[in-house]
Design a protein around this ligand. Structure first.
Ligand SMILES: Nc1nc2c(ncn2[C@@H]2O[C@H](COP(=O)(O)OP(=O)(O)OP(=O)(O)O)[C@@H](O)[C@H]2O)c(=O)[nH]1
Length: 397
């Protein structure tokens, strides 16, 4: 699972990515390694079960702070969004390759409107247009993949009576589309069962629908510190009408706060509405932090960056944190570590899905699970809940 950060030049995309991935904690057991420069680790942050249960955890694949769980998530800086990217213009191909891997997107726009479509300074450019522009780029990209050899493809499917959803899903598997996505898109548009009857317009509409289900997007209305209330209100109103989550952000403020925290000047937990000064600073540093407090934290409640990440993980991707344990009474693993691991599971997942995520053998030998909160046995049909603590009982153990 990767979150892609996209945006045209100069909107603050790099600042957003740097801020989001600047972490002052190192976790030994990331479920992934970062090898490329544009790949980083960010955190989804939410209440930890110990906050409610009064325990003291020994986290191994996440971080714990003040009752919060910081859960690592992979983030990719998707560079190269320029008009015509879908045709390979500019960094187009690299752009599309990074896009292909992303499960969800954060679209960073300049809420002040002071950046033109090519990323140059301007008096006013409507950020709403940037959002429509990115949608079009992605739509045409998917359409391009689909329409290539479509007639032949459609005839073959019809002739050989192949299931349409699975054939299209296979055709689009390179961008992470599955049969369910295809089914959803087809039914929403009421497209004919016979693919030879699909027009070019149908294909484009279908591509658009696939984009909606396969590349869900949150809008970061960046440089909010420099934007007027009116500008932000309008952007939020326009885009919420079109189904988007829009969050005012100040990536620059978040980067400054995280750097100051990393250097030990302040205590700051991403997403917080305040910070605590720990050490004496120069006048200049103090002033910079004062400005952030007044222009960003007091005005918006936070810098917005962490909220964007949390909304992507918990609302858009509908992931829920679940903690597997060995001992449902002590909430520990075999070695006595309290709630050592967390897994982000798709909402609707079952204990068996969790078992498979922990280890294939555990999944294969799955018998039942115990909900550590209720101490009740739950079966395969149980739907895992946010912050569940679960003991898996398997024949392999
Ligand atoms: N006022 C304000 N300025 C910001 C904010 N975020 C970024 N900037 C400024 O916007 C300019 C562009 O930021 P970058 O992060 O380099 O923009 P980018 O979108 O990554 O641009 P490229 O690297 O050219 O693709 C820089 O001068 C940043 O300091 C913000 O939240 N508020």
């Amino acid at each position: 699972m990767e979150i892609g950060v996209v945006g045209k030049p100069n909107v603050g995309k790099s600042t957003f990515f740097s801020a989001a991935t600047l972490v002052d904690v190192e976790i030994a057991n990331y479920p992934f390694t970062t090898i490329e420069a544009n790949v980083g680790v960010t955190y989804a942050i939410t209440d930890h079960p110990c906050k409610e249960l009064g325990c003291s955890p020994n986290p191994q694949n996440y971080e714990y702070r003040n009752g919060l769980a910081l859960i690592p998530v992979k983030m990719v800086d998707v560079a190269g969004l320029v008009p015509g990217a879908h045709e390979g213009r500019g960094l187009g191909n690299k752009f599309l390759d990074d896009l292909r891997m992303a499960s969800a997107l954060i679209h960073v726009v300049d809420a002040t409107g002071k950046t033109d479509p090519e990323g140059q300074p301007t008096d006013y450019h409507d950020p709403v247009e940037d959002i429509e522009f990115l949608e079009r780029e992605i739509d045409y990209w998917i359409y391009g993949i689909l329409s290539k050899g479509w007639d032949k493809f459609a005839k073959r499917i019809k002739l050989q009576k192949i299931k349409l959803e699975s054939a299209i899903a296979e055709h689009l598997s390179g961008i992470g589309v599955n049969e369910n996505d295809v089914w959803e898109a087809m039914h929403k548009l009421n497209l004919p069962e016979d693919p030879t009857k699909w027009s070019q317009d149908d294909l484009l509409a279908f591509a658009s629908e696939i984009r909606r289900v396969n590349k869900p997007m949150v809008i970061a209305a960046n440089k909010a510190d420099a934007a007027s209330d009116e500008q932000i209100k309008r952007l939020v109103r326009e885009e919420e009408k079109r189904g988007y989550i829009v969050i005012p952000t100040s990536a620059a403020a978040e980067l400054t706060l995280r750097k100051a925290a990393k250097a030990g000047f302040i205590e700051y937990i991403p997403g917080a509405s305040e910070f605590k000064v720990l050490r004496d600073m120069s006048e200049k540093q103090k002033r910079a932090l004062m400005v952030i407090k007044e222009k960003v934290l007091d005005r918006f409640g936070s810098t917005g960056v962490q909220e964007v990440i949390n909304r992507v993980v918990f609302d858009l991707l509908k992931l829920i944190p679940v903690y597997p344990v060995h001992d449902e009474n002590k909430l520990t693993d075999q070695f006595g570590n309290v709630l050592p691991h967390v897994f982000l599971m798709k909402k609707g997942s079952t204990p068996r899905d969790l078992a498979f995520k922990v280890h294939t053998d555990l999944g294969k030998g799955f018998l039942y699970a115990i909900n550590a909160r209720t101490k009740r046995r739950v079966g395969e049909d149980y739907e895992l809940q946010f912050n569940d603590i679960v003991k898996i009982v398997s024949v392999t153990r």
